[in-house]
Design a protein around this ligand. Sequence first.
Ligand code: PAZ
Length: 344
Amino acid sequence: MPNTKNYHTSQPDYETAIDRNVPDFPVAEVLDEDKYFQNHEPPSYLPEIEAQIDKFVDFHCQQTQKKVVLVTSGGTTVPLENNTVRFIDNFSAGTRGATSAEYFLENGYAVIFLHREFSLLPYSRHYSHTTNCFLDYMVEKDNKVEINPEFADSMLVVLRKYMAAQKANSLLLVPFTTVNQYLYTLRLASQLLQKAQSDALFYLAAAVSDFFLPSSRMPNHKIQAQPSGKLVVDLEQVPKFLRRLVDSWAPQAMIVSFKLETDSSILIKKSVQALNRYHHQLVIGNLLQTRKNEVVLVTPDEAQNWIRLDDTQKHQNVEIESLIIPAVIQEHENWVKNWTAKNK
Ligand code: PAZ
């Protein structure tokens, strides 16, 4: 996909990210989502992204009538310095998001892919991180570069899907790096997606930081060695934006969040807790250790639908997302039907 954007989210906004006039961000309280936006600057490139998303949503609402899914993917960072040398990162390669995006596209959705810049992308994921270098897929023949015949057939399949998505203008790539960029972009995209009403779906697979350093306390320059020999970092809790997404940013859309745990004994409890707290439609629970082989879909009635790859499927390299996405789409179809019936 040609890179036409004029910015990189991995480069901090040196000038605007810090505002020393704002007071310290308070300890998490009710409605601190709103305070967050009052106390933190939006990324400077946001208007460019707004124009792209707006055009994409209009195109699909007016011309193709495709349902639109916003897939979030990859981990957010928490910078420790304004001129960022050090940051805290969240685990995620972007496999879940990039793979899911491909299956949504195959199932007729338009996809806004809100991803950590330089993490895995739909289609190129098959080649970008699987060898030392993409050149491993090439050979030289008669003074020319060719695709290694060993990979040519499978690459043709991927290429055709990629070209089809391009031709149909069905995939919009939107990057983030920091948690601040992620939150501002998510809010913007969800407000623009209101036009799609219940045809909008949110599939929140990104690993978003739970703690952050408020910009009012962020040092401008690289942190130097401390006299104590220790660096003590005092982080605040990131407000729970899922509540805002469900209540006011995108009240007509169906919202699917992921819950990642490492302790299997609390996975279901935490998934149910998230549904009770935010009142959205579906939580997909997964464990770090087994996330590629099994997930559990939990709905507000506390029903649990486990999706597991069996041994044959594992052997055949079936991707679990090829089973997750049809189940999510089924839920979305029910959501649209109910919403339409209620709003007749
Ligand atoms: O990107 P990946 O395939 O390596 O990992 C995917 C995942 C585990 C980050 C995702 O499935 C997930 O659970 N996201 C939500 C994480 C959370 O609870 O914040």
